[in-house]
Design a protein around this ligand. Structure first.
Ligand code: GLN
Length: 547
């Protein structure tokens, strides 16, 4: 049976609870334990798949095809443990399960209530796969006191009570604001937050205090006293230059020791921090900088492309260069020449996206990269746009486009070089979808195998010819245009195992131009940069040495 750490937050949101959880996972691994991280989100959406990236940031997709919160991306990047469907749950999912059971008559006519039915559903979810790991880390989204969060807080209280003593601990993150006028750090909001937590029956064992200023011992002792926590379990968390410093910084601050102490694990196994020391070494000891333009739609909110930004950083670490990524709104290129905007970049990345807005701009960016020999990485929609560009400009299909845009506009304007996929094979199953199905989870989602062409650029980049990558899309490049496009130099260098779905395209007569139908960024780790990002940044580095 696993030991449980429940992670909650107070005072304000965006304190870095996800990062603290992920770093703790990495630290427990460094001590030789196995871990799994889970996110419990109080919002009522059934999953984040249908939420706008402007509002919620990126949708992170797991191997088993769940559309989850971006915190699961942090968990994977820090621990290397592939998240599963069961590692992310929202109130919406919990209630929908409860209501579905009620309709089936599973509650035998009982009155359905938050306690015990909703809380039982949450507890069942928390303990899935309990026997597989040493530690289960469960982060509760939102802050203590939120109305939606109450069933989750109540459920973890019951859960800890029902388990043997010492099997569950609570870690709480708060903020110590600094008042410049009086030159003081204020502990009162933390005291109130813990008071709120205790009023619902939860006593924190470890307090992580975010602060911009050093926390004096005197203040630490005061927090410990008023919050009923041991002084060495009050862990300071200061701002960091890079998120990848978090495991080393939290280790120095004593977080893993405090957690192991709270479980009474003594003597604690010695930590091996070499993985994170190496990560920091690669991040800090760099030679030069490359500039990458990301031409996309959701450019106002960096979190919308979180994993891409991180994967580029990892690509930089693989090549010991700094990567400076700049977001450019694709719509600009619909009425302006991309040249002046893009000439100072060493590489161009067109990320995934939905809907027609900005796509003509992305096509222009792909054309610019192809014509100027600038390294190009097209991801999902970015691959589809590169194919449309080649179809129009090289193969002479002047009205080439995607069915996605015709569906959106409600009229037919394009030759569908990219079409809506209604039926495909996953493993040994046939999957069927209709355009008007519910929006949630109707895409080709999760890990699929691709077979790479021997001797192609991608086969060289990956160093193998069978790969598995994560997908999230409804539309697909039409294989019927393959011969025509290959005759123009756009090679279909990666295909689904049944040979029906193009997974990767590349321009033969170009130093580095690759489009992929999947999302490689989701699998990149700081200690294992994804080969496509390592290769892309290397190409950008070569480019930077040329100009
Ligand atoms: N909108 C495109 C599709 O559904 C691409 C999706 C994406 O880039 N993730 O196929």
């Amino acid at each position: 049976m696993a030991r449980y750490v429940f992670i909650t937050g107070g005072v304000v949101s965006s304190l870095g609870k996800g990062l603290a959880s992920a770093a703790l996972g990495a630290l427990l691994q460094a001590r030789g334990f196995s871990v799994r991280l889970r996110k419990l989100d109080p919002y009522l959406n059934v999953d984040p798949g249908t939420m706008s990236p402007f509002e919620h940031g990126e949708v992170f997709v797991t191997d088993d095809g769940a559309e989850t919160d971006l915190d699961l991306g942090h968990y994977e990047r820090f621990t290397g443990v592939s998240a599963r469907k069961t590692d992310s749950v929202s109130s919406g999912r919990i209630y929908s399960n409860v209501l579905e059971k009620e309709r089936r008559g599973a509650y035998l006519g009982k009155t359905i209530q938050v306690i015990p039915h909703v809380t039982n559903e949450i507890k069942d979810w928390i303990s899935i796969g309990d026997e597989e790991v040493d530690f289960m880390l469960c982060e509760i989204g939102g802050t203590v006191g939120d109305i939606e969060g109450l069933p989750f807080f109540e459920a973890i209280r019951q859960f800890a009570q029902e388990r043997p003593r010492g099997q569950c601990i609570f870690m709480h993150l708060t903020l110590l604001p600094y008042l410049a006028a009086s030159g003081e750090l204020k502990t009162k909001p933390t005291q109130h937050s813990v008071k709120e937590l205790r009023s619902i029956g939860l006593q924190p064992d470890v307090l992580v205090c975010r602060s911009e200023q050093p926390i004096p011992d005197k203040e630490r002792a005061k927090i410990a006293l008023f919050c009923n926590v041991r002084p060495d379990s009050v862990i300071p968390a200061y701002d960091l230059k890079s998120i990848y410093e978090a495991p080393l910084a939290y280790h120095r601050a004593g977080l893993d020791q405090a957690v192991l102490d709270a479980f009474g694990i003594s003597p604690a196994p010695k930590p091996d921090m070499s993985r994170w020391e190496d990560v920091m070494d690669r991040l800090t000891n760099t030679d030069g900088e490359v500039r990458v333009a990301i031409v996309g739609k959701y450019v106002q909110l960096e979190d919308a492309y979180k994993s891409i930004a991180e994967a580029l950083t990892h690509g930089g670490m693989a090549n010991r260069v700094k990567v400076k990524a700049e977001w450019i709104d694709a719509e600009i290129f619909e009425h302006e020449d991309p040249g002046p905007h893009l000439e100072n970049f060493h590489a161009i990345l067109v990320p995934g996206g939905f809907g027609e807005r900005g796509t003509e701009g992305k096509i222009s960016a792909a054309r610019y990269a192809r014509e100027k020999g600038i390294p190009y990485l097209g991801i999902c929609l970015g691959m589809q746009m590169a194919v449309i560009e080649a179809a129009r400009d090289l193969a002479g299909i002047n009205d080439a486009g995607s069915e996605e845009f015709d569906h959106e506009a409600g009229r037919k304007r394009f030759t569908p070089v990219v079409y809506h996929l209604k039926e495909w094979v996953q493993g040994n199953h046939r999957v069927e979808r209709k355009l008007d199905d519910d929006k949630g989870g109707t895409m080709r989602l999760g890990a699929y195998t691709a077979v790479l062409k021997e001797g192609s650029k991608v086969a060289e980049v990956y160093g193998e010819t069978t790969i598995e990558e994560r997908h999230r899309h409804r539309y697909e490049v039409d294989i019927r245009y393959r011969d025509q496009l290959e005759a123009c130099g756009l090679v279909f260098s990666g295909m689904s195992p049944d040979g029906r779905l193009p997974e990767i395209v590349e321009h033969k007569n170009h130093p580095w131009f690759i489009g992929v139908q999947f999302h490689p960024e989701l699998k990149s780790k700081p200690f294992a940069p994804h080969p496509l990002f390592a290769g892309f940044v290397k190409a950008a580095k070569d480019q930077s040495r040329l100009v």
